[in-house]
Design a protein around this ligand. Structure first.
Ligand code: ADP
Ligand code: MG
Length: 321
């Protein structure tokens, strides 16, 4: 995907080169950039950035799409199994591409296990549902990116889950790119860099952020910082949605919960991040520990699926019914 950027107003060969160096290799990337992002490039003023973005949007036909075109893009949607048919079923077939799916729950509820299992399942063709042509693209050496903010990624667990379904554990590990993020800035940067990996030719099909909110919660403490936190989190979510949309990826984020001790009505726990995360995630699932290895997953707030519950298990074999 390389476009002739000099077709854009005010973009000569040298600005075009700078744009490309900064990762803006085609019209679509420019069309979905913000003015602030483009002005970070030397020689592009705010006014020029606005013009460039507008022209790129026209060239990509961005703005309104015909419903038939939306349907065309939706044809490329595919589903990655969670490992549990029950859970896949309430999600409408599994973890859906072109969307962000959020798993929220208390410590030990199984969020990290689900994230590990998704990385393993990406290497298992039987656990991917897509039209033939789409599936062929996905199966072309697919890779997962795992952005680990809590230091809980465990390659040993990946091997264990992989071998439980007859995969070569070591091979699966080769196809998971792990990054440990120690603060929100690193987390955001890693997410933004996924696009670079894709441009370099990696077939990234799954992006995990485990956990989406832990650093945000720790770094932005107190009421005075809430607005700033939410703004930054909102931009991060926009990056993730953009990845999902442009590259037909599955995006899986985990989220902690905080208690609502004052709750009289409604749940006594809620996901961190409020509306910002709520609006940016297409699928939201609440996980709860039940008896033994059982877990209860509750889908809520989905724009096109009814609220529903499913039971699954987490054992040494991984996530399954
Ligand atoms: P969190 O929601 O905090 O991310 P985890 O996904 O880490 O929670 O879930 C941890 C739980 O998963 C453990 O308490 C245990 O029940 C289960 N679990 C983790 N690893 C294994 C394993 N190898 N065998 C069986 N159960 C496991
Ligand atoms: Mg965890």
């Amino acid at each position: 995907m390389m476009d002739d950027l000099t077709q854009l107003p005010g973009v000569g060969p040298s600005i075009a080169e700078k744009l490309k160096e900064a990762g803006y290799t085609d019209f679509m990337k420019i069309a979905t950039a913000s003015i602030g992002e483009l002005t970070e490039i030397d020689g592009i003023s705010e006014k020029a950035a606005a013009k460039i973005i507008e022209a790129a949007r026209e060239l990509c036909n961005l703005g309104f799409k015909k419903a038939s075109e939306v349907l065309e893009q939706r044809k490329n949607v595919w589903w990655l199994s969670t490992g549990s048919k029950n859970l896949d079923s309430i999600l409408g077939g599994g973890l859906e591409s072109q969307s962000v799916t959020e798993f929220a729950g208390a410590f030990g509820s199984g969020k990290t296990q689900i994230a590990h299992q998704a990385c393993v399942n990406l290497q298992c063709p039987e656990r991917i549902v897509a039209e033939d042509k789409v599936k062929e693209d996905i199966l072309d050496n697919p890779k997962a990116v795992y952005i680990d903010t809590e230091g809980t990624f465990r390659p040993e667990r990946i091997i264990q889950m992989a071998e439980a379904i007859g995969l070569d554990g070591k091979k699966v590990l080769e196809n998971i790119l792990v990054a440990r993020a120690f603060n929100t800035d690193m987390q955001i940067l890693y997410a933004e860099n996924v696009e670079k990996l894709i441009q370099e030719g990696e077939n990234i099909r799954l992006v995990v952020i485990d956990s989406l909110t832990s650093h945000f919660r720790n770094e932005y403490v107190g009421r005075g910082m809430l607005a700033e936190r939410q703004q930054k989190l909102g931009r991060h979510m926009a990056t993730l949605n953009k990845l999902a949309d442009l590259y037909n990826c599955v995006i899986l984020v985990t989220n902690q919960v905080s208690s609502r001790p004052d709750a009289i009505f409604g749940p006594s726990e809620q996901a961190i991040g409020g509306n910002i995360v709520g609006h940016a995630a297409t699928f939201r699932i609440f996980l709860k520990k039940a008896k033994g290895d059982k877990r209860i997953a509750k889908l809520y707030d989905s724009p096109h699926l009814p609220d529903a519950e499913a039971t699954f298990r987490i054992t040494d074999k991984g996530v399954h019914d």
